[in-house]
Design a binder for this molecule. Structure first.
Ligand code: GRF
Length: 208
């Protein structure tokens, strides 16, 4: 089976990296992880190494130098799609336009609500009854590219840590699913029907 090559960018605990890794082990998952990029030492970095992925730690550099190194690595590894998974650095407009429609991100809010950081805190302080995450294509503006899918869950427990944990639990199921569909339709272009459906702006919406 022809598979797309993925690079996962991380800075955090790595639960989404692990979820993508597990999905990619399935016979019919249309992508395989080839390269993990980290911008700081973090659990996700250790995880990537323990999974035997080619892992590049590129820290303490300005964004231009950082992206130059990253670009070389992406080309060398013939990467088709970049998946940001808790990556805490804003990519430059130049980099984003070089990889137009080839960078996905998972953001922990129901966009367009709460772009940026501290989303769980903001949701709780507004007293909302639901929370969720969004997978979107990365464009030049923060957290505002085309939405590919979202899920929502009821907030049962108002403890910040618990909410964060709950959201991640569903993200780990949801992100690989959206990646699967995106690769299938837009990278390998196998599913013309779904491709049309997504282009028409019908997003994948789940309510758990
Ligand atoms: C996730 O909640 C994701 O939505 C956000 O950062 C977090 C990363 O978590 N962008 P992990 O490192 O994948 O566990």
């Amino acid at each position: 089976m022809n598979k797309a090559t993925l690079s996962v960018f991380v800075s955090g605990t790595g639960s989404n990296l692990l979820a993508i890794h597990k999905a990619s082990m399935e016979k019919f998952f249309p992508g395989k992880v080839k390269l993990v990029i980290c911008n700081r030492i973090c659990p996700a970095f250790e995880l990537a190494k323990s999974l035997n992925y080619e892992t590049k730690l590129i820290s303490n550099l300005d964004i231009e130098k950082f992206e130059q190194i990253v670009q070389k690595q992406l080309i060398k590894n013939k990467i088709d799609l970049i998946c940001l998974a808790g990556f805490m650095r804003i990519l430059s407009p130049k980099f984003v336009s070089n990889w137009e429609n080839k960078i996905l991100n998972i953001h922990p809010s129901i966009l367009p609500l709460f772009p940026g950081i501290n989303t769980h805190k903001k949701v709780l302080s507004k007293g909302l009854k639901i929370h969720g995450s969004t997978v979107h294509v990365v464009n030049k503006k923060l957290d505002s590219g085309k939405i590919l899918g979202q899920f929502a869950i009821p907030i049962k427990n108002k403890d910040l840590k618990t909410l964060k944990y709950e959201i991640k639990k569903y993200e780990n199921i949801f992100y690989p699913e959206v990646i699967r569909k995106y690769i299938w339709t837009f990278i390998l272009k196998k599913d013309k029907f779904l491709c049309k459906k997504l282009i028409k702006d019908e997003q994948i919406i789940y309510s758990y």
